[in-house]
Design a protein around this ligand. Structure first.
Ligand SMILES: NC(=O)c1ccc[n+]([C@@H]2O[C@H](COP(=O)([O-])OP(=O)(O)OC[C@H]3O[C@@H](n4cnc5c(N)ncnc54)[C@H](OP(=O)(O)O)[C@@H]3O)[C@@H](O)[C@H]2O)c1
Length: 508
């Protein structure tokens, strides 16, 4: 984790972008690079070489980049910043049918008058292409580090299970050292995620209570009101567990539960995260129904932005729609919840409930921590403190405490200390902007180490397999509803319940 991005020196370098005409590049990477350039964060010498299968001439490619920026920055942008940015951009055609394609790429890059020789490759391509692209680069010597550095960004997902992640790792480490590999989990580029570690350890008052002596349980939630939409093909081979829990939610858990790193260097931060991920107790496959729960959304009603509601189809109906109207028998989950325990002195006995869902009644990403019962219990005795870190839509930290209701009676109510982690005047930086900058700085603390990726797969794989094998019908919840009642089966005690919202009273 770079302590100050502002002052961190970036070497002159060339960003070689595979899949540059793809969706991710259009929506995130080019707009992100442009913004970094506009605010003076790119080294003056930086060049961007887009690599694609099609032959496109430079003028047409630069015109295409302009359409990407026009689509993203609808209110317009600075003309001189645009001129500077567009002059950094080049295009190289790499037809898959040409056996000399990568030798030609090497030849293009060898022009030192244009391209700085430190090379960062961003593989924004299909996951099946990650290993072949690395191999082709290596075959022509383009991954070799001697005088200059060579870094490779591997997009998500890194494998689809533990064996495939290990195969991918084996293929790419024939040619790359771990320090050259930058595995994306774009959640780690979010300021709100980075803040978890900072807020925990830069405040004296939090660390002493951040353990099993004070904490009853932790909930990590990511719910959406949106459905799968057009992405049925992708989703039906992935599911909520692999799409969200294996990556983003387990990373959020690691930041919430990790020990204080030795320092903020990339190695120390990642070591602390690896350690806690490896301490999560494997889910007992013979008792899955006490530890995990899955469901699928059925047709229902969701709120619209104009305050009304609209009827939406269920997941199976969306699958049928995209399968020429024919019914698809899918057991893929759009709702996944899990109970995890961490076997270390800090967390022994504290359940971590994690859940993700599409088409729930609210969109919310947060960490909600419920503390143990206070020594004095009045009002029927359910007075527990909550500490909530809101990540999306609102970045905030809230503490719910009990306070006397003014008046003659001895009664308390919950009140909320509510602080925004983001102020209206704060800069909004997209996760990819932060990650691109880290890549050029050589700071991989916000990228996944292979041990993190493996620990995450090791944990979810047995559940993914068991769920895929169990073709009995999956619990259905109406789109727009709250968590399925049956999901409560994973709670350790009867007084635990899903925390619904970061608002006061969200525990009702
Ligand atoms: N971090 C995240 O949450 C996140 C979000 C979205 C995507 N991703 C990942 O980012 C990567 C790019 O995603 P994307 O949405 O931009 O993908 P995309 O638009 O489908 O394609 C990206 C590029 O892949 C190449 N490509 C597409 N179909 C191909 C085919 N049949 N054969 C060979 N090449 C093909 C194309 O390159 P040419 O220009 O050469 O034609 C295209 O520009 C994927 O690995 C995806 O999983 C990650």
């Amino acid at each position: 984790m770079t302590q100050s991005n502002e002052t961190h020196q970036i070497d002159p370098c060339t960003l070689v972008l595979f899949g540059a005409s793809g969706n991710l590049a259009r929506v995130k990477l080019f707009p992100g690079l442009f913004r970094l350039d506009s605010i003076g964060r790119l080294p003056a010498e930086l060049k961007i070489l887009a690599v694609g299968r099609q032959a496109v001439d430079l003028a047409a490619w630069r015109a295409d980049i302009k359409t990407m920026l026009d689509a993203k920055f609808k209110k317009g942008y600075d003309a001189s910043a645009f001129e500077r940015f567009i002059a950094r951009n080049f295009y190289h055609a790499n037809p898959p049918t040409d056996p000399d394609a990568f030798a030609k790429l090497k030849n293009t890059l060898s022009d030192e008058r244009i391209f700085p020789q430190n090379l960062a490759y961003f593989l924004s391509v299909r996951p099946v292409d990650f290993a072949p692209v690395v191999e082709s680069l290596a075959n022509v010597g383009l991954t070799q580090e001697d005088k200059y550095w060579r870094r490779v960004v591997i997009e998500k997902p890194f494998g689809t299970d533990l064996p495939s992640a290990q195969d991918l790792q084996k293929s790419i480490t024939k040619h790359l050292k771990e320090s050259q590999i930058y595995r994306i989990d774009h959640y780690l580029g979010k300021s709100a995620l980075q803040n978890i570690l900072l807020q925990r350890f830069t405040n004296t008052i939090l660390e002493p209570i951040w353990n099993n002596q004070y904490i009853d349980h932790v909930q990590i939630t990511n719910t959406e009101m949106l459905g799968v939409g057009e992405r049925t093909t992708f989703y039906d081979t992935t599911g909520a567990l692999r799409d969200m829990i294996q990556s983003h939610i387990l990373q959020t858990l690691a930041l919430t539960a990790m020990e204080l790193p030795k320092d903020l260097s990339p190695d120390s931060v990642r070591d602390a995260k690896i350690k806690v991920l490896e301490q999560i107790r494997p889910i007992p496959v013979n008792e899955l129904n006490k530890h995990v729960f899955r469901a699928q959304y059925a047709a229902g009603e969701v709120p619209t932005s104009d305050g009304k509601t609209e009827k939406v189809p269920g997941y199976l109906e969306e699958l049928a729609r995209d399968n020429n109207g024919e019914k698809v028998d899918s057991v893929v989950e759009t709702y996944a919840a899990m109970k995890l325990f961490i076997d270390n002195p800090r967390w022994q006995g504290v359940p971590f409930y994690i859940r993700t869902a599409k088409r729930l009644h609210e969109a919310d990403t947060c960490i909600a921590i419920r503390f143990k019962k206070a020594p004095l219990q009045i009002n029927g005795g359910q007075n527990q403190n909550w500490l909530i870190i809101g990540i999306q839509p609102r970045e905030c930290i809230k503490m719910e405490i009990q306070s006397k209701i003014p008046g003659l009676d001895i009664k308390t109510r919950s009140i909320q200390l509510d602080a925004a982690n983001r102020l209206p005047e704060d800069d909004t930086v997209d996760a990819y902007e932060a990650l691109l900058l880290n890549l050029m700085q050589g700071d991989n603390s916000n990228y996944l180490h292979i041990n993190e990726a493996e620990a995450q797969w090791r944990l979810v794989d047995p559940v993914v397999k068991a769920w895929a094998a169990d073709k009995t019908s999956v619990y259905q919840y109406p789109a727009g509803s709250r968590d399925p009642e049956a999901s409560k089966v994973i709670f350790e005690s009867e007084d635990q319940f899903w925390r619904y919202s970061i608002e006061l009273g969200g525990d009702k």
